[in-house]
Write a protein that binds this ligand. Structure first.
Ligand code: SAM
Length: 279
């Protein structure tokens, strides 16, 4: 069978999965977009390991596994990151938080930085690829399995263990009296009710721990705001990604004593990040 026939046959079977089938064929046969359309006459043996792999991957599409988990990677900020079912699939929206943090660090390269909820490690790795920091970044997650993958991404992106330190903990590193110049987080922030209205692909496959921030959704963010205040030096920055309807959390920042509080909107004027400076 030639590649084009494999594509057309599967497309006929699963017309709603056109994108997934194309991306899987590209991945298995190592083709870019142009090669997919121009080199599709190569013949494939039905008993070859690549063909069997292709069928296994298409089976997963059929049962609803998100394409990014099937491929095992996702691009974020132009870089390829390994992902699996233990971590959230990186979202483009998170580049807003990333760019705000990078903007601050570009003029403060000696800042001591802490990330809460690193998942696959996309944020600290992207930061270290953009800014030459003189101090290491500490990145925490409660999930041991997520950190295992984050370490693989650290290695893949050739970042040393001295420059990026991963720690397993509940929000903040334990028994640590360190103070930071900047703390940032894309925490779980979805409420119970909103969680159950998410797409089935998300509910069935993405880790709930990475999405649900408590019954109301803002419980973890409130803990981060409160505890960060004690972990930041005076003049230190806090930046947190929020849900579209959590702009009110700016008041929590103010209440606890942060100044220069801001809510940063995305291109569609949706609130995405809140920030403040410790007074
Ligand atoms: C929304 S994901 C963000 C992942 C990644 N930073 C990103 O932006 O794609 C939230 C992460 O916070 C972690 N997390 C949830 N509760 C936590 C807690 N109490 N302490 C530390 N990390 C936590 C989850 O395991 C998950 O990896």
């Amino acid at each position: 069978m030639i590649l084009r026939q494999i594509y057309q046959k599967n497309l006929k079977k699963y017309p709603q999965n056109q994108i997934e089938i194309k991306e899987i064929i590209k991945e298995v046969f190592d083709l870019n977009e142009l090669q997919f359309w121009t080199r599709n006459t190569q013949s494939i043996k039905s008993d070859s390991s690549k063909y069997r792999k292709l069928l296994r991957m298409i089976q997963k599409v059929k049962i609803g596994v998100p394409l990014d988990y099937i491929l095992g990677y996702k691009y974020f900020n132009g870089e390829k990151f390994l992902i699996n079912k233990n971590v959230l699939i990186p979202r483009e929206d998170t580049e807003i938080l990333l760019n705000k943090v990078i903007d601050i660090l570009k003029t403060n390269i000696s800042f001591k930085v802490l990330e809460i909820g690193t998942g696959s490690g996309i944020l600290p790795i992207s930061i270290l690829k953009s800014v030459k920091l003189t101090n290491p970044i500490e990145a925490c997650d409660i999930s041991k399995k997520a950190l295992y993958l984050a370490k693989k991404n650290r290695k893949k992106h050739k970042i040393s263990k001295e420059k990026l330190i991963f720690k397993q903990c509940d929000l903040f590193p334990k028994k640590n009296k360190d103070v930071y110049d900047l703390i940032f987080s894309n925490p779980p922030y979805i409420s119970e009710d909103d969680y159950w209205s998410l797409d089935n692909k998300i509910i069935n496959y993405e880790p709930r721990q990475a999405l649900c921030g408590g019954k109301r959704g803002d419980e973890i963010i409130k803990r981060i705001i409160k505890e960060s205040f004690h972990k930041l030096r005076i003049g230190g920055h806090l930046l947190i990604e929020i849900a579209y309807n959590q702009q009110y959390l700016i008041n929590e920042l103010k209440k606890i004593g942060f100044t220069h509080t801001k809510c940063h909107l995305d291109n569609n004027s949706i609130p995405r990040v809140i920030s403040g400076i410790k007074k």
